[in-house]
Design a protein around this ligand. Sequence first.
Ligand code: GAR
Length: 200
Amino acid sequence: MVHIAVFASGAGTNARKILTYFEGSPEVQIGLIVTNRKDALVLRTAEEKGIPALLLDRSSFYDSKTILGVLGKHSIDLIVLAGFLWLIPAYLVKNYNRRIVNIHPALLPKHGGKGMYGHHVHEAVLEEGDKESGITIHLIDEHYDRGQILFQAKCPVEANDTPETLAQRVQQLEHLYYAQIIEQYIKEGNASALFKNQLS
Ligand code: GAR
């Protein structure tokens, strides 16, 4: 069994899709939800689905390594970022090397980096006059949006798009692909013994 922790800061629609996708899976379990916002909707989803949740505060995340203990307690093998907006600290990247996956609502390396999230990304795509946008699913390193790309999917940018209409089109791709690509990455990881801390 591979145990996933889903980190989310916002609406948590991707987190919800991922939870639903793996519900009842004999191979993958969502063992923990982590958020940095006490009003994050993902906390409600966690409660509804009976999944343990952790509310992070900035100082414990960056100045201490208490989260490692929590992740260990829940036997977490893989961290999935689903709209989690804090930079992942180096100690966590090191401990979960190649085991932190992120989704970005544009075609990296374009429109990534600090401050590029949600509507800011779609506004930048429209301002630049790009003809297409999409999603990028990638591994995390210590820099925003720069780790190895696992998957991209594209959609057109229409002439009359607003950040909202473009966001909807991109979100459809996220909901369609993120869980599938996680599942595929886990299969590859199992084959290459990436998840060697599995306890059950
Ligand atoms: C998603 O569109 C995701 O790609 C984006 O946050 C949104 C979260 O939506 N992430 C970033 O912009 C990361 N730089 P959700 O809370 O509804 O899943």
